[in-house]
Ligand binder design. Structure first.
Ligand SMILES: [Zn+2]
Length: 169
């Protein structure tokens, strides 16, 4: 009887703790959202010099994502006549920097790809056509699906040749 009571207590404690956990998670998300929520226009925060506009994705009140113009210095959003909170503005700027870095990586990747192709073509022009290399380059541009079908076809042909060879004997 004692064991059953103890177990019940343990289950109850576990349930309460998981409930508490969810409550704290909700509170944390709520606080985070509160910090991100835009405010009314605060004249003391508005730029005295011309605003510096940036484009940023933002969540609208109906929970869709829209592209808005926001001042990177004071956080003023002219289309809605609101201001990004200080915390929200920091997040916007951090996201924009991250996206710029992604663009740089992408550009570098494309530059390397292009250089590889240029080198390949240069070699072709200097040394004449190399069909195996052309085929290899071509294959890189194929989709996974095409490569898979190609592989299947090769296996099929190999099996077919084997069967025909066997029947000849
Ligand atoms: Zn401004």
């Amino acid at each position: 009887m004692m064991i059953v009571a103890f177990l019940t207590l343990m289950v109850a404690a576990w349930q309460v703790s998981s409930w508490l956990e969810r409550f704290w998670a909700f509170r944390r998300d709520y606080k985070e959202l509160r910090k991100l929520a835009p405010t009314d226009v605060d004249d003391s925060r508005l730029c005295t010099e011309p605003h510096r506009w940036v484009e940023s994705p933002a969540m609208t009140p109906d929970r869709t994502i829209a592209q808005v113009t926001v001042c990177a210095v004071c956080g003023f959003v002219p289309s809605r006549n609101i201001m990004a909170s200080q915390y929200g503005l920091e997040r916007i700027l951090r996201n924009l920097t991250a996206r710029e870095e992604e663009d740089i990586i992408e550009r570098e990747f494309l530059a390397v790809e292009e250089r590889c192709l240029r080198d390949q073509f240069k070699e072709e022009i200097e040394n004449g056509l190399n069909f195996s290399k052309i085929v290899a380059v071509h294959k890189l541009g194929q989709t996974v699906n095409t490569r898979y079908l190609d592989c299947k076809r090769r296996v099929y042909e190999r099996v077919q040749t084997k069967i025909e060879g066997g029947s000849d004997e």
